[in-house]
Ligand binder design. Structure first.
Ligand SMILES: NC(=O)c1ccc[n+]([C@@H]2O[C@H](COP(=O)([O-])OP(=O)(O)OC[C@H]3O[C@@H](n4cnc5c(N)ncnc54)[C@H](O)[C@@H]3O)[C@@H](O)[C@H]2O)c1
Length: 591
């Protein structure tokens, strides 16, 4: 394909337009920048000069390259100048009527072969294209902010966009050093379509006082490796912008999960738009600042002292039990590793020893520390030995009958006052508690896999858990250097309740043939800085495990949008469970 679009006009040189103008000039193309008036044009040019000077300071390019680049950019205030362009990229404010007017004018000004692209985030590209007589040459080019560092571009085709036009636009994006992803014309496209539903659920979770804003954000950063928590991200994006995008999504999908959480409207009405106004979910030092300031804590509950914990019992012999035992032993606690037989317990300890050995090999642990930790772990095939421990964490099979039976046993064996914790990820903690005669001592301690590496623990108190038991477990988390977040006993706790609906939305997007597995994964990694795309993650977690969690969430909240996507059910029925079976959304066996 010959080099597409040698001359490009950019209409609107604000945050996005200015960034795009520089990126286009960097690719050696001539840029015609157009602003709304002479003053705005002068300001835009100054912005471009400043941004490129900054880039030279940051050594993103040299002073000579900057001079050459600036020579390629002209900035004016007459839309007529767009007549000389092969491609026009519109980046004016997000208002449908304004964009339609600009497109109608461009259609009149530009030769019929000129391609017109809109930078809209949430408006209908089709409706913008309808303002022209060339809808086959109109598409969306959705760049991400800041343009110089974000590699993703969503290339949005309407039903009328010619395939050739989309292919040229994708090639053009590649020549700018970007990764194009194909999307259809639907509110939010790929990235925002998946991101904003999740942000909305996080806002609703905060609004329902299920967990604090700090705990919701920490849970998603530490539990999923996301670069930012959802509420901090809403503040960065702008609460008003988020609400507008969600409104547009709801308008099309009529999915209640897209209906903006009421708190978003309240914040917008109060002028609390996030970082830009100095306050949103958090309060910042000043408008535009990223520094969060503490607010006066309103009526914090008086601190309750926890119980003393010196020795710990861990029930189970699998991945989680072994990892949890390692966490406690490394922090200096005596650990009784109790399994159904001595043999299983011994093998679990051997597994733990191998994990410690790997830490030594990686230089994270000294030989002496390894020996000390190993000496603290006593494997046993008899639960009776748990009589003396101060706290038990069970990590046996994720089966309510099995767990209830174990809790009934622990109730008979453990000394009065011992804390009994479950690390279940999808069963109600209260159902474990009611299997005992001491539900006030039962609590959830949801560790993440691999337990030694993952910093997060969700501390789940039921309606019957006593305050000193919660305090004990929070204190223990601090002592073993885990980050505890507190939440109530409802399906999915914080992390899974926010993560799995997003994964399910991705499956639905695939099932509807809106985008491909690769495009969706690429879009989420490059557009949001996620460590893995949703399909990579589903294949790692296991499709069967994911389906179970989605069913539990749907069963709890009865929200139609939470029903597991049929495609996921089909794959599970077909035995395609992800990496562990060699095939899930991707075929791993052939790699
Ligand atoms: N900011 C983001 O993070 C982001 C990310 C992706 C896409 N977008 C989308 O990109 C588009 C531009 O957003 P932005 O954040 O750059 O906005 P902005 O407000 O920073 O810039 C808009 C610019 O357009 C100019 N303008 C207004 N009317 C004009 C006209 N008739 N002719 C020429 N110029 C005109 C304004 O003077 C301003 O400089 C919007 O559709 C937005 O939704 C924004």
């Amino acid at each position: 394909m010959e080099r597409p679009f040698p001359t490009v006009a950019v209409v609107g040189l604000g945050t996005m337009g200015a960034g795009i103008a520089v990126a286009v000039a960097r690719s050696g193309r001539r840029v015609i920048g157009i602003e709304a008036g002479p003053d705005a044009a002068a300001r835009a040019l100054a912005r471009i000069e400043e941004a490129t000077a900054h880039a030279v300071q940051r050594e993103r390019f040299t002073a000579e390259e900057r001079t050459a680049l600036l020579a390629l950019i002209e900035v004016g205030d007459r839309l007529d100048a767009a007549a000389a362009a092969d491609l026009v990229i519109e980046e004016v404010p997000e208002q449908l009527e304004l964009k339609r007017e600009v497109f109608a004018e461009l259609d009149r000004i530009c030769p019929p072969e000129t391609v017109l692209a809109t930078g809209t985030t949430a408006l209908s590209v089709t409706r913008i294209a309808a303002a022209t007589a060339r809808p086959e040459r109109v598409l969306g080019l959705h760049f991400f902010n800041p343009v110089h560092s974000m590699k993703l571009v969503e290339v949005v085709r309407t039903v009328l966009t010619a395939p050739q036009t989309a292919a040229q636009a994708a090639e053009f994006a590649r020549e700018l050093g970007k990764e194009p992803v194909a999307a259809g014309d639907r509110a939010g496209f790929v990235v925002n379509g998946l991101l904003f539903a999740y942000l909305n659920q996080a806002a609703a979770m905060y609004e329902s006082k299920y967990a604090t804003r700090e705990d919701i954000d920490a849970a998603m950063r530490l539990g999923c490796g996301l670069p930012m928590g959802p509420l901090a991200l809403l503040d960065l994006i702008g609460v008003d912008t988020a609400r507008t995008v969600l409104e547009a999504m709801y308008e099309q999908s009529r999915d209640r999960l897209h209906a903006p959480a009421p708190i978003l409207g309240q914040l917008v009405a109060a002028g609390l738009l996030g970082r830009k106004s100095g306050r949103g979910f958090y309060t910042y030092e000043a408008p535009g600042s990223s520094k969060v300031v503490a607010e006066a804590a309103a009526g914090t509950a008086p601190a309750v002292a926890g119980r003393e914990v010196r020795s710990i019992g861990v029930c189970g012999s699998g991945t989680m039990a072994t990892g949890i035992a390692e966490v406690f032993a490394k922090a200096g606690y005596r650990v009784l590793l109790a399994a159904r037989s001595q043999d299983k317990a011994d093998r679990a300890k051997a597994q733990l020893a191998r994990s410690l050995e790997r830490s030594v090999a990686k230089g994270r642990l000294s030989e002496a520390q390894r020996e000390a930790a190993l000496a603290l772990v006593a494997p046993t095939g008899s639960y009776a030995e748990l009589a003396e421990v101060d706290l038990v964490v069970e990590a046996v099979a994720e089966d309510l009958a099995v767990k209830r039976e174990l809790f009934a046993t622990l109730d008979k064996i453990c000394k009065p006052g011992a804390v009994l914790a479950t690390t279940t990820s999808s069963l109600p903690v209260i159902s474990c508690a009611t299997a005992t005669s001491r539900p006030q001592d039962v609590i959830g301690m949801h560790f993440f896999n691999p337990a030694p590496a993952m910093k997060l623990v969700e501390v789940v108190s039921t309606v019957l858990t006593s305050a000193d038991v919660t305090a004990t477990v929070l204190g223990l988390c601090t002592a073993v250097r885990k980050h505890a977040v507190e939440c109530g006993d409802r399906a999915g706790f914080i992390v899974n309740a926010l993560l799995f609906p997003y994964l399910n939305d991705a499956v639905r997007m695939l099932q509807e043939h809106y985008a491909t597995v690769d495009d969706i994964d690429t879009a989420m990694k490059l557009g949001c800085g996620y460590p893995m795309g949703p399909f990579e993650l589903l294949d790692v977690v296991g499709l069967d495990v994911s389906l179970t969690i989605e069913k539990v969430l749907h069963q709890e909240f009865r929200e139609p949008g939470l029903a597991a996507a049929p495609l996921l059910e089909h794959l599970v029925a077909a035995g395609c469970l992800g990496r562990k079976t060699g095939r899930g959304f991707r075929d791993h066996a052939r790699r």
